[in-house]
Design a protein around this ligand. Structure first.
Ligand SMILES: Cc1cc2nc3c(=O)[nH]c(=O)nc-3n(C[C@H](O)[C@H](O)[C@H](O)COP(=O)(O)OP(=O)(O)OC[C@H]3O[C@@H](n4cnc5c(N)ncnc54)[C@H](O)[C@@H]3O)c2cc1C
Length: 379
């Protein structure tokens, strides 16, 4: 059963219908095969871009869809219910475009944004390093001013789209401490930039996650986004929006798991009745439904604050925490509903459980979300 959504406009209703249609055509078949062979269908990104699904919340003047964030997130949720890797890819692409859109000069936007937003150029976001994940301010990759630009040296880790992206929104060290970090837009074919082999992950195998190595790579000064030293502020601003994307992805995964489990519970019989009619199992499904619905309401609340220009950072952390913990619980319980069959690859619920786990880790672990929320409470 499709989710019955309360959408803000007729246009949004049409967009959700279009997303379901595109997802039926592009994402329904072969997901498990692609996950096993660690590949994307050819041209998928270009097709999503052509359908306008890669740039929904960005302004129309740069080729975006001009849609409220609450609509964009619900589109992401629909994609995630079909194939989380694709929804994460769309969300990371949006995350990587945010610094240019929010902090770039007019000249920089004119030069790069239209291609990014049309999906002609795939983006990646490169903040983490081996010793600097949660503690982003501990990053070391250096960007030393040199004539008309900067020389980059060091390694980055965990880059979604690593090795296949056309541009990397990179955070590098230009000075001391947390105010000594700057943001750069690095072309994927920059001489001196190489990539590690894709990590062997628990899930989301279709999108590569790699390290990157900068070895005396020269980048022009006009590729610095924002002021020198403003990098961490830019990184965190992008993550506020990105975390809402991950919350929506998590709800999509939870919804898909709930749907599969409900269908199975209406078919499978034990002790002479459908398993959904055993109260113990029916209540488990009821709790899964309540968790999914309330997680959706939480991310929508944060998104509506963003759409109205209100502060929403703490609400984004709450949404990421609630939605991703809900996804982990709901997908684990979905496996339980299937009994032994849930532990096999014959049903999609085991994939959903593996996919849910990463949502609690990337774009700030849920311990870090609690840290952000607690700091807000401390004033
Ligand atoms: C599949 C995947 C894709 C990713 N994609 C990207 C990407 O595209 N770009 C990018 O920049 N990064 C990406 N990441 C990196 C991701 O954001 C980090 O893994 C994450 O922020 C955690 O950092 P870490 O792995 O270094 O763990 P650590 O920071 O070492 O944390 C280890 C544990 O300690 C806990 N911890 C740490 N500090 C505290 C504290 N102060 N209080 C309480 N608990 C704490 C953490 O919650 C965690 O449980 C990706 C990671 C994965 C696995």
């Amino acid at each position: 059963m499709p989710v019955d959504r309360l959408l803000p406009s007729d246009e949004a209703v049409e967009l959700i219908a279009l997303t379901r249609d595109v997802a039926d055509k592009l994402l329904d078949g072969g997901v498990d095969e692609h996950e096993r062979s660690e590949t994307y269908p050819d041209g998928l990104f270009a097709q999503l871009g052509a359908a306008g699904l890669l740039s929904l919340p960005q302004p129309e003047e740069w080729g975006g869809g001009g849609q409220p964030f609450e609509v964009y997130l619900q589109v992401l949720e629909e994609l995630a219910a079909r194939w989380a890797a694709v929804a994460v890819a769309v969300s990371v692409h949006s995350l990587s475009s945010h610094p240019l859109l929010a902090f770039g000069t007019e000249e920089q936007k004119q030069r790069w944004l239209p291609d990014m937003l049309s999906g002609n150029r795939i983006g990646a976001y490169s903040l983490s390093e081996p010793q600097a994940g949660s503690d982003a301010a501990a990053l070391r990759c250096s960007a030393v001013a040199d004539g008309d630009g900067y020389v980059l040296n060091g390694s980055k880790s965990w880059i979604t789209h690593g090795g296949i992206a056309d541009f990397y929104t990179l955070f590098g060290r230009t000075g001391e401490g947390s105010k000594g970090i700057s943001c750069f837009l690095v072309p994927g074919d920059l001489p001196g930039l190489t990539f590690g082999k894709p990590e062997e992950k628990m899930g989301l195998a279709a999108i590569p996650t790699t390290s990157a190595f900068y070895d005396n790579a020269h980048i022009d000064a006009d590729r610095r986004i924002g002021a020198e030293g403003q990098g961490l502020q830019i990184a965190f601003s992008a993550l506020d929006s990105g975390r809402l994307g991950i919350a929506a992805v998590a709800v999509g995964i939870a919804q898909a798991a709930l749907d599969e489990a409900t269908r199975y519970a209406n078919e499978r019989t034990t002790f002479g009745r459908k398993i959904i009619d055993h109260q113990g199992l029916g209540f488990l499904l009821a709790d899964m439904s309540a968790a999914t619905v309330s997680a959706r309401a939480t991310y929508l609340d944060a998104a509506r604050r963003r759409d109205r220009g209100l502060p929403y950072g703490a609400q984004a952390s709450v949404a990421k925490l609630i939605a991703t913990d809900a996804a982990m619980k709901v997908t684990t319980d979905a496996v339980q509903v299937f009994g032994g069959a849930g532990y096999t690859r014959d049903y999609r619920v085991e994939r959903f459980m593996r996919e849910a786990k990463i949502t609690q880790i990337f774009e700030g672990t849920n311990q870090i979300q609690r840290l952000v929320i607690a700091r807000g409470l401390a004033g």
